[in-house]
Ligand binder design. Sequence first.
Ligand code: ADP
Length: 479
Amino acid sequence: MNIKTKLLLGIGIMAGMIILLVILSIVNLQILTATDPNSPAALPGLERALTWISVTGGVCILTGLLLLFWLPRSINRPINELTQGILEIANHNYEKRLMMANNEEFREVANSFNRMAERLAEYRASTLADILSAKQFLEAIVNSIHEPIIGLNKELEILFINNEALNVLNMKREDVIRNSAEELSLKNDLLRRLIRELVTPNEKKEPLKIYADNKESYFQASYIPINNLSPDPNDSQKLGDVILLKNITEFKELDSAKTTFISTISHELKTPISAIMMSLQLLEDSRIGALNDEQQQLSKSIKENSERLLNITGELLNMTQVEAGKLQLMPKITKPIELIEYAIKANQVQADKFNIQIEVEYPKTKIAKLFVDSEKIAWVLTNLLSNAIRYSKENGRVIIGAKQNGDVIELFVQDFGKGIDPRYHNSIFDRYFRVPGAKVQGSGLGLSISKDFVEAQNGKLTVESELGKGSKFIIFFKV
Ligand code: ADP
């Protein structure tokens, strides 16, 4: 029954009842006017009429009350059902259906609702299947990568990890996926190091030494930030990070073979070079026979080149010591001035050759002593002073000195030569790096070894330099 019929029926019943009530009242009134109210014959008719009026009135009130409850409820029920259905759909329950076959007005609405829910369910099933297959595909890709790989979201939860990574971390997939890497790292040293480097990146990324599959391997970690693909760069948001570990064991082995090779060669070269120097000394001895001018020039050139060779082999040997981790330090209490004097003495001949003035800047007041391997630091200062002389113009001047700032001692070497382009301020400390176009001969090893020697003793070596104005190299030591 539709709402219109229900309303018409309600109004019809009520109208019928009221008409009946009115007829009965009129009949009652006629009885009253036609008969003598005091005659006993009128009494039963009157009573009957009153009873009918009361019964009809009662039925009228009851029907009215019933209609009052039943009509709004019968209209509200389908509306409530529809609202409930919409809420279910909003909560992704696409299985919800409305049954309103008996309700004429809402039947169509219910049918449309059911059709919509059906479509939504189909759509979800298909997108879910698509998403699942895309996810499986991505997982297959991640697993087929032979290098360990770990994917994290912004909150540092592990979203994906391949078997290689599980192997080096020595963890199980089910313990890892969707878990906080920070919490997991409390019990895993390697993960802790990776997360620490991810959160607070530092410039010097040492290779990771990992013992897995009964062998020692070396890995270099790279951290790739993942941003959403927005065409507008201002709108780009970070989604997470991927940690990729590159297995560099093979390179490390080759590198160590190279270090051993250089070390052996430099060691072997030292003996013949020393023999050449000895022979030259004998040759220059007038007791053996005087050399003519041309021979003297040749002998001088052989001597200079042999010294250079000896220097280079010395540098190479130092480098191999650092690379093989065999740097042996023998620290002792040392006055900074002793180191400076050593460096000046070692470079005096070279400075005189280019007529370069070496000035010393040393505080008159007492300066703290250092606890360092004096041989190594003297070597560093000698190397810095040699550079300052080599990269200065003839007839120039260089300054070597020390000063104390609180509990920090600074040893410095300053020149007023060609200076270094700021682009190369970091690279000059790399092995074999030479500023492009440098005319002075060199190996590109001195500064990198110097840095290693200083840092091995908890010091710092920095450069301040401006093109055309000169350079200042400073060694810092805390006392
Ligand atoms: P090298 O044997 O080439 O001097 P170093 O490691 O000592 O090797 O220096 C690396 C490079 O840094 C040099 O090739 C040079 O270009 C630059 N350099 C070092 N010291 C100075 C300096 N005092 N003035 C200008 N350039 C310098």
